[in-house]
Ligand binder design. Structure first.
Ligand code: SF4
Length: 353
């Protein structure tokens, strides 16, 4: 526990009420809106999240609207935000809320966590902000703030560290206004106690900060040595027939699930791009293709790996495409691409087709 936890809470809340950014989800306690904003904000910057929040809310203003929407519509609204599992889980959970809870979100973190895809963070954020439950939240920003406040000398990654951080956060949350307090912790991490240059001089809780007192701010948080991000060389087949391109819909589960893509895949060791394309088209579609010129070469970074997409024009030479790995195949003209949800990396070359 901090030496003066009461002073800490008061100083942090006063600062938050004075300085907090005016964001649309902070003007409401509506559980659906709070939940939606929390899901969008995971792994997404506020400036990026804002237009999506407005757009999704305009299209699906209530949990009933979300539950009734077809999965493709939800994915299309989510397109470009990445981490599509979030959209699929949001949709699934909305259906469960309507089917099993009469369209009202459960009011405690424990019950919220029973809904599909709602983890501890989201459950606690919604329970504290929308329903005033006294539970903490721990996200990346809060971890950093706690590591400095308590001058933690251990790495903040791993299950044991995670449990310790949640326990420290729990000890700080006040009975009154737990939602504001949790948002204030995140806001402090986002705007003052930032990763590279924390603004300790203007920090509202500087007198309570152990790292500042020990002059170890630049050493906190301690991190495990980073692993090198793997890189994959990918070949993509732009198979054209009468002005339309062959697309496949990815299976609903897993990375980029439910999105449309062009056929293709990883180049195996020792393969040329043309050999890899021919093999992928055989495996994925059961067809033989003639590989033409390179249309585009684009790079994209996901959280745990990077890819280079090499897009080639291809023509069908034998066989009728069958969906061996996709749930559905479709021939689509470039004018129809806007109606379909693609992975973000695809948008880097779609305009070239
Ligand atoms: S004093 Fe500095 S290190 Fe400590 S919480 Fe404030 S900004 Fe972070």
């Amino acid at each position: 526990m901090l030496k003066d936890a009461r002073h800490f809470r008061r100083a942090l809340l006063e600062w938050f009420r004075r300085e907090a950014r005016d964001l649309p989800w902070r003007r409401t306690r509506d559980p659906y809106r709070v939940w939606l904003s929390e899901v969008i904000l995971q792994q997404t910057r506020v400036d990026q999240a804002l237009p999506y929040y407005e757009r999704i809310l305009a299209a699906l203003p209530t949990v009933h609207d979300l539950a009734a929407a077809p999965p493709d519509r939800v994915l299309k609204l989510w397109e470009g935000l990445g981490y599509y599992t979030r959209a699929r889980n949001l949709h699934r959970a909305a259906r469960a809320v309507v089917e099993s809870h009469g369209g009202r979100l459960p009011q405690t973190a424990e019950l919220l966590q029973l809904l599909p895809g709602i983890g501890r963070y989201t459950a606690c954020a919604v329970a504290s902000i929308a329903f005033g439950q006294r539970v903490p939240v721990v996200d990346g920003n809060v971890k950093r703030v706690l590591a400095r406040l308590y001058d933690l000398a251990e790495a903040i990654e791993g299950a044991a560290a995670e449990a310790r951080l949640w326990a420290l956060a729990r000890g700080l949350v006040p009975r009154a206004a737990p939602g504001d307090f949790n948002q204030a912790m995140m806001e402090l991490g986002a705007r003052v106690c930032t990763p590279k240059r924390p603004d300790c001089e203007f920090c509202p809780v500087a007198p309570c900060c152990r790292a500042r007192a020990a002059d170890t701010v630049t050493l906190r948080p301690v991190r495990r040595a980073a692993r090198q991000t793997p890189h994959h060389e990918i070949v993509v087949a732009a198979i054209r027939k009468r002005g339309r391109y062959l697309l496949g819909k990815r299976p609903p589960e897993g990375l980029l699930g439910g999105l449309w893509e062009f056929p293709g895949g990883k180049v195996e060791p020792g393969e040329t791009h043309a050999q890899a394309l021919a093999r992928e088209c055989r495996e994925e579609l059961g067809v033989e293709v003639a590989v033409g010129g390179l249309v585009a070469c684009v790079r994209h970074a996901y959280t745990h790996f990077r890819v280079t997409l090499n897009v080639y024009r291809c023509a069908l030479v034998a066989g009728e495409p069958t969906p061996n790995r996709h749930t559905e195949l479709r021939w689509a003209a470039p004018a129809a691409f806007a109606e379909l949800a693609f992975p973000k990396a695809n948008h880097k070359f779609l305009h070239l087709l």
